[in-house]
Ligand binder design. Structure first.
Ligand SMILES: Cc1cc2nc3c(=O)[nH]c(=O)nc-3n(C[C@H](O)[C@H](O)[C@H](O)COP(=O)(O)OP(=O)(O)OC[C@H]3O[C@@H](n4cnc5c(N)ncnc54)[C@H](O)[C@@H]3O)c2cc1C
Length: 566
């Protein structure tokens, strides 16, 4: 069902759960919607060029907001506008039929994202996740045994036991209910009290270690089943080595619930941020850039302007050199280590360490276009759907069926994998990947000839080998909290030496919730606040920004010794 973009999902009439904190509980959604705007700069600074490195969602949201404030964002993009919001179209078929190679499903709790989707006039629709209401049917296939289900209740008892074990584990060991209540109420003091305690106790713990420590998960079989079906989108066992805090950020903010897709492809959002007017003057960020973005940045030098003020001199792939009083970098941070030649002193040494320690998950997807949603044909013997959204421990892991109406071509994401499961297919080309996935699915659906329905060249990606990404999204390992705190708070530069001010890290991997567009936007807005203040501007008193209230809601800073705070 397609419906206009709406505010966050409400559970039983209670206030909605949103991606408000928990690390830095600032209301970005309210901030961007405030009629008084995000800030202003002195007249003499208006029109100043600010470099935006990366034309993905965060770079373009930052560019648009800076343009509204009267600055001139100069956008550099190495690959294509949209970044990891990459919707591929099939040549010869309608443009609204897409393969979402990166982001594809968005929780209503992403309320800042929703603001930009609304502003761009984009519509969303239910995304067919496992066992979701809008999903016609789901098959869970584990160890050679497949179960067909419309709801969790259709699965064998042990799956329900596992779901209950997870709920009980969160309630008993992660203050799940209290944290969600505090987030719903936007009670920053309570969020900080609970979350700081969890940070102190769980930063060193893996997801898997957290499960094994719970009495509710004494059973190895249950941990295996949970890894397969998990919660929300399923298939969470590839996250087992990651820090437990990463998982809690998802569960406590409902980031994995009630997902919606963007009708016609999520790349339309960054494209519209780039192409459509940002204010009543009818000017777009693209217009400010003379109709085209600059190519890849190849060098970043810290230079000096009048009065010793820091400047950033960028060289790009076309050989052009330009100098800026401020720059926002939104690519994955590893690009600063191996793709862009940076001054050693571009960042303080502790920030370089945090960049070096950043850990990314790999991810692969394999898509085919088929003639129609044949999976909805009822099986003559069983009356069941011919094929279903499928979770399996075979090579394909997650198969998603994307329907565009009974008489139109449809899309199958044959396989969506992360980490080791993505590595297993890394050297294979698109055709070999399709063959492998068809083999897996053929074992689950022996009578179904998927191949006969395929009508276009398959599309595939592995983000870990994409030149300008080198990974799908950051995933902190145990002990990484301190690094993340350093990177996220980089926009608040008053504690930095003056020579390090004016260069801002932003984007998905700087956020607390990498892999979710909402987090990428939050860091973009932090950088907007940082640039405005760096250039002598201010936020309206009626609409304080993330840096204005920073001291009251700053993320907990851990000390060197276990159990201490800095
Ligand atoms: C497989 C996958 C699945 C995902 N699923 C979801 C989902 O379901 N829901 C959700 O909310 N989010 C999801 N995400 C996360 C979402 O895609 C990101 O949060 C968001 O797109 C990040 O935007 P960004 O601008 O921070 O980074 P990017 O989109 O990566 O943009 C950074 C840009 O910088 C460019 N760049 C790099 N180096 C240079 C250089 N030297 N010079 C100039 N430009 C450079 C890159 O080409 C890129 O375009 C997913 C991501 C992936 C990869």
């Amino acid at each position: 069902m397609t419906q206009p973009a709406t505010a966050a999902h409400h559970d039983d009439g209670a206030r909605p759960l949103t991606m408000f904190g928990p690390d830095f509980p600032f209301a970005y959604d309210d901030w961007v919607q405030h009629p008084d705007g995000l800030g202003s700069v002195p007249d003499e600074v208006r029109g100043t060029e600010v470099a935006i490195i990366g034309g993905g969602l965060s770079g373009l949201a930052a560019a648009r907001e800076l343009a509204r404030i009267g600055l001139k964002p100069v956008v550099y993009e190495a690959d294509r506008i949209g970044g990891r919001m990459r919707s591929e179209r099939f040549e010869g078929y309608d443009d609204d039929i897409v393969a979402e190679m990166g982001a594809m499903r968005f929780p209503p709790s992403s309320t800042t994202l929703q603001h930009y989707l609304d502003e761009a006039g984009l519509r969303t629709e239910d995304f067919p996740n496992p066992l979701a209401e809008a999903t016609p049917s789901t098959v869970v296939d584990l160890k050679g045994t497949a179960h067909y289900a419309r709801t969790l209740d259709d699965l064998p008892q042990e799956y329900r036991d596992v779901a209950r074990a997870w709920d009980a584990t969160l309630a008993d060991h992660a203050d799940g209910t209290e944290l969600q209540d505090a987030i719903r109420a936007r009670d920053t003091a309570r969020i900080r009290a609970v979350w700081s305690r969890l940070v102190e106790t769980l930063d060193d713990q893996t997801f898997y270690g957290f499960l094994t420590a719970s009495d509710h998960f004494r059973s190895f079989r249950h941990r295996e089943l949970f890894g397969q079906v998990g919660f929300g989108t399923g298939g969470w066992d590839t996250d087992y080595p990651n820090s437990m805090l990463e998982i809690l950020r998802v569960t406590c903010t409902a980031a994995d619930d009630h997902h919606r897709g963007v009708v016609g492809g999520c790349d339309q959002l960054p494209i519209r941020l780039w192409e459509t007017p940002f204010d009543g003057s009818g000017t777009s960020v693209r217009d400010l850039n003379g109709g085209a973005h600059r190519p890849a940045v190849t060098e970043i030098r810290r230079t000096v302007g009048p009065g010793g003020a820091p400047r950033y001199t960028l060289v790009d792939a076309a050989g052009e050199t330009r100098t800026y009083p401020a720059a926002i970098f939104t690519g994955q941070a590893w690009m600063l280590l191996n793709t862009i030649d940076c001054d050693d002193d571009l960042l303080p040494i502790d920030h370089w360490t945090a960049v070096e320690r950043t850990h990314y998950m790999g991810s692969s997807k394999v898509f085919v276009l088929v003639d129609r949603p044949f999976w909805l044909d009822p099986d003559p013997e069983t009356g069941r759907d011919t094929m279903s959204m499928t979770l399996t421990d075979r090579m394909s892991r997650g198969t998603y069926l994307l329907d565009h109406g009974p008489d139109r071509p449809a899309v199958i994401c044959l396989s969506y994998t992360w980490s080791d499961d993505s590595l297993k297919i890394l050297p294979l080309d698109a055709n070999a990947r399709v063959e492998l996935m068809l083999k897996s699915l053929g074992e689950i659906y022996p009578g179904v000839d998927i191949r006969s329905h395929i009508i276009a060249t398959p599309k595939t990606v592995s983000w870990e080998t994409e030149r300008y990404f080198m990974g799908a999204f950051k995933a902190n390992l145990p002990g990484h909290y301190r690094y993340q705190e350093r990177l996220f708070t980089h926009f608040k530069q008053d504690e930095l030496d003056p020579r390090h001010r004016g260069f801002f890290l932003a984007g998905d991997d700087i956020s607390w919730t990498a892999g979710w567009a909402e987090g990428a936007l939050q860091t973009a807005l932090n950088a907007v606040w940082g640039v405005v203040h760096h250039l002598g501007g201010a936020t309206p008193a009626t609409n304080p920004g993330p840096g204005d209230v920073f001291d009251e809601i700053a993320p907990v800073r851990l000390g060197d010794e276990r159990g201490t705070r800095a």
